[in-house]
Design a protein around this ligand. Structure first.
Ligand code: ADP
Length: 180
């Protein structure tokens, strides 16, 4: 499913595995250690190979000694993935007591900023925080679509959300149709 966005950037929904995308930048739903995990993170490191982890370790040894803070984003090589960069971002763990949606929104915005700093024209996002971090898919989809639609896009002409299953795809479809 494709829908137009502001400024000539196309927002697309893809059903599938994000590691199979051919784009300039693949966004990783990382954890703050940057040293790998399950879900999207595990798949990216498995398929992308050790070069990604080596750069993540170097980031931990330099700029991010205490880990990458929630809501921020940083790029590494994409290793053997069919992409130029992986942009690692740390989503918030969902909380019933505290509204952390600004942090989730920040993940999308910061990833777009890093992608455009690198000159990327295409980027693929997973549904950040909706796996192990427990964010409800409807709300995660709404925040994702709204944030990308509201972002200042310069180099990017192709922004994709890659959804692992039919349910996630449908919920993103609803968010896109609702205008974010
Ligand atoms: P988080 O820790 O931010 O919740 P996860 O990786 O656990 O991140 O999950 C984020 C979302 O990505 C979930 O909806 C999950 O179903 C989905 N997902 C898991 N593996 C992949 C994959 N290979 N490609 C695309 N989406 C995936």
């Amino acid at each position: 499913m494709t829908g137009p966005s502001a400024g000539g950037t196309t927002l697309t929904l893809v059903r599938g595995d994000i590691t199979a995308q051919h784009v300039d930048a693949i966004v990783n739903a990382a954890n703050s250690s940057l040293l790998g995990g399950g879900g999207v993170d595990g798949a990216i490191h498995r398929k992308g190979g050790g070069a990604i982890l080596a750069e993540c370790r170097a980031l931990r040894a330099s700029r991010y000694g205490r880990g990458l803070p929630t809501g921020q984003a940083v790029a590494t090589t994409a290793g053997r993935l069919d992409a130029r960069w992986v942009i690692h971002t740390v989503g918030p763990v969902h909380s019933a007591d505290e509204d952390r949606s600004a942090l989730l929104s920040s993940c999308y915005r910061e990833s777009l900023r890093v992608a455009q700093e690198l000159g990327a024209t295409s980027v693929a996002f997973p549904a950040i925080s909706t796996g192990v971090y427990g964010w409800p898919m409807d709300d995660g989809a709404r925040i994702a679509v709204r944030t990308v639609r509201g972002a200042a896009l310069t180099t990017l002409t192709d922004v994709r959300f890659v959804l692992f299953d039919e349910d996630a795809y449908r919920r993103f479809e609803t968010a896109l149709a609702a205008g974010g």
